[in-house]
Design a protein around this ligand. Sequence first.
Ligand SMILES: NC(=O)c1ccc[n+]([C@@H]2O[C@H](COP(=O)([O-])OP(=O)(O)OC[C@H]3O[C@@H](n4cnc5c(N)ncnc54)[C@H](O)[C@@H]3O)[C@@H](O)[C@H]2O)c1
Length: 250
Amino acid sequence: MTGLLEGKVAIITGAASGIGKATTELFTAEGAKVLAVDLPGSPLNDVHGNDANVSCLEQDVTGEGAADTIVGAALEAFGKIDILFNNAGTVGQGGEVESHDEADWMFVTELNLHSMYRITKAAIPELKKSGAGRIVNVGSIRSEFADSGAAAYTTTKHGVAGLTKVLAVELGQHGITANFVQPGAILTGITEPAFAAMPEYGEYWKNRASTGRLGLPEDIANAVLYLSSDEASFVSGIGLMIDGGATSHF
Ligand SMILES: NC(=O)c1ccc[n+]([C@@H]2O[C@H](COP(=O)([O-])OP(=O)(O)OC[C@H]3O[C@@H](n4cnc5c(N)ncnc54)[C@H](O)[C@@H]3O)[C@@H](O)[C@H]2O)c1
């Protein structure tokens, strides 16, 4: 059986854990070749090193030069880029605006938003050549809603929504779609320590989801697969909420 991404080449950032790991595994199972990017010292090679369809790049996505290194590595490994999944991100230390640590604010915005802009900018010329380029960014339920205590995170995830819509408008003429996923509470490297330390926090999100469970990385990976496929060629500029119904409550 032919996979949904047969012949496609994807870049996936934050690929060693959680949503990025699950998406990398799903993409190769569906026929794609993946440049998997994660931090030096992350378990990237342990996780994907045995998959012949994955090329691992230990590279921090932040900072000047990272974007060109990532795009260059994808071209060197596979000769083209069809799909960019901008997934690497952080919650940071959190806090309200009045008390937010400025260094943490800069760290979160650099990782969650500025690096996404730079990598996308560097990949656009290659995505244009694809004829069916796909950009999928990771937002959050906090791309649409806010609560107190996560000021920088919420601001950047709203920024992801804006950036993605701009990309959809600018790049549609080149056959490129741009969309973002909006995970609810998903069990990953980011949330598991918090849920372990504060079980009531996990219970809250589990009960809030009308489906009665927390999300799994595969729940998001399946949506990213659809948005990256040829089947989604008329879907662009949207945020896809994947939260088990949690934000349907008022
Ligand atoms: N887990 C959730 O409930 C949830 C909810 C909404 C949005 N998200 C978003 O999902 C994305 C993935 O997070 P996750 O939940 O899978 O967490 P995770 O911690 O399991 O995975 C994130 C990966 O990104 C990597 N990473 C972090 N900083 C990096 C950098 N500077 N350069 C390269 N790689 C880096 C980490 O090493 C890690 O492997 C993030 O953007 C996050 O904001 C997660």
